[in-house]
Design a protein around this ligand. Structure first.
Ligand SMILES: Cc1cc2nc3c(=O)[nH]c(=O)nc-3n(C[C@H](O)[C@H](O)[C@H](O)COP(=O)(O)OP(=O)(O)OC[C@H]3O[C@@H](n4cnc5c(N)ncnc54)[C@H](O)[C@@H]3O)c2cc1C
Length: 418
């Protein structure tokens, strides 16, 4: 393949992914005087997921306004360009190697970019039908929310008229709103757990829109030759029935878009599915940083934006003068109630951490005491009731009192009877 024209071959920071995290980071790096900052995105325009989300609410934290996704994305792009970042779209990064080397591919050809630092901001994706092990035929009309939103808001298409929505995370309600916008009438929301996953404010929406919610129920099989005709459902008691529909929206169950990290040389975290990082967003390669939803599934755009900004500040300091960090503490999850932690590692001293707290999610509804321990000593503790997919934040600064040569243990001591 020929070399792609107009691609830069060297820069100070290559930001992979032009969503809220990558654009915030690029803007902030320029504000800190970093000379050449290049943002690479495989899509024809930068903006990330919000570019596809024609609904509110985006932008409160960043612009103190409630914006639609595409307007929000446009403002982030404009800010980054005004700050002096170079945005290259239609460019897929296919590999990263030690020493800051990126392999690129565009419709015109291939290229290589040498960067002093790489910042990965490649976001998340929804779990596919195949990964959810749903049986049956393979008809048209099975989509994740992201694809539905691209079709509806960008292509002005209506892929089905009467789908079912699998999942009840916040994004499932975003799918519901997208359907409403397009004049699509969902037949039901289906949730394998016994309760709705999203926070309470979204829960009244299906009732308001006349969409039944089936809890404790799985889609076992998709039926249909050309287009979806029905789904076969199964509840916890083993009862099976068919529900007529012409599409299936596979919403949520996000996983970090960590293909580059996985194929490359970065250590991955089993809990998050993203690269392992310290409190500055630094991966196992000291020249590669990480921000936004690639750190974990899944946070809001505003949260990812803030992480981009803060990790960029650490990265800019690192470019000026890499700090000697002498002590590394590994954070270890004890027991199976905790699904993941971010960061997974802390390097001392702790000043000016980009990730200001330890982010935690539970694997299932749990009640009890959440503890941070070091060498048998409790550094911090709190009683709480926790639900999956809810943000839980633990203080990071207590780790300055941790024993230097022991791992830090994070444990959820559960009470019976939840
Ligand atoms: C359907 C849906 C609805 C949502 N609704 C809301 C909402 O109403 N409000 C809210 O606050 N949040 C919402 N969110 C969450 C929000 O969109 C995300 O939290 C936010 O976009 C995360 O930003 P990011 O920069 O980490 O990643 P993303 O926005 O996902 O951006 C990642 C970018 O990386 C690029 N990329 C990936 N791999 C490569 C590669 N190898 N080479 C080049 N480029 C690459 C992608 O093209 C993409 O542009 C929604 C999410 C979804 C999926």
């Amino acid at each position: 393949m020929p070399e792609a024209p107009n691609l830069p071959d060297a820069c100070d920071v290559a930001v992979v992914g032009g969503g809220p995290a990558g654009l915030a980071a690029a803007t902030e790096l320029k504000r800190h005087g970093v000379p050449r900052v290049v943002v690479l995105d495989r899509e024809p325009a930068a903006g990330g997921i919000p570019r596809h989300c024609g609904h509110y609410p985006f932008g409160m934290r960043e612009f103190h306004k409630v914006l639609r996704g595409p307007d929000y994305a446009g403002r982030l792009v404009a800010r980054a360009e005004q700050a002096g970042a170079e945005i290259q779209t239609g460019v897929t990064v296919t590999d990263i190697q030690p020493g800051g080397i990126l392999s690129l591919i565009t419709p015109e050809g291939t290229g290589e970019l040498q960067a002093r630092r790489i910042l990965l901001c490649t976001g998340v994706r929804e779990t596919s039908r195949a990964a959810r092990l749903i049986g049956g035929q393979r008809p048209q009309g099975v989509l994740p929310t992201g694809a539905l939103q691209s079709l509806v808001y960008l292509e002005k298409m209506k892929p089905f008229a009467r789908p079912v929505i699998l999942g009840s995370e916040l994004v499932s309600f975003s799918a519901l709103m997208t359907c409403r916008h397009a004049g699509i009438a969902p037949q039901a929301m289906i949730e394998p757990n016994e309760r709705v996953t999203a926070r309470s404010f979204a829960q009244g929406l299906p009732k308001l829109l006349g969409v039944p919610v089936h809890l404790g129920c799985e889609i076992e099989r998709i039926i249909g030759r050309e287009q979806v005709e029905a789904v076969q459902l199964r509840d916890r008691k083993g009862r099976r029935w068919e529900l007529a529909c012409d599409g299936v929206l596979m919403t949520g169950r996000f996983t970090p878009e960590a293909t580059l990290a996985r194929m490359g040389h970065l250590e991955l975290d089993l809990g998050t599915g993203g690269p392992r990082v310290d409190q500055d967003g630094r991966s196992s390669d000291p020249n590669v940083f990480v921000a936004g939803n690639l750190l974990r599934p899944v946070e809001t755009a505003g949260w990812s934006w803030k992480e981009g900004l803060r990790v960029a500040q650490s990265l800019a300091r690192d470019l000026e003068a890499p700090r000697a960090r002498e002590v590394t503490l590994e954070l270890q999850i004890q027991g199976d109630a905790i699904r993941y932690l971010v960061p997974q590692r802390v390097t001392l001293p702790l000043e000016e951490a980009a990730l200001e707290s330890i982010q935690l999610r539970v694997a299932r509804p749990a009640r009890g005491s959440l503890l941070i321990r070091s060498a048998g000593r409790i550094l911090w503790g709190r009683r709480l009731s926790a639900l999956p997919e809810r943000r839980i934040l633990l203080p990071l600064d207590v780790l300055k009192n941790a024993a230097p040569d022991h791992p830090v243990e994070v444990v959820f001591e559960e009470e019976e009877g939840l």
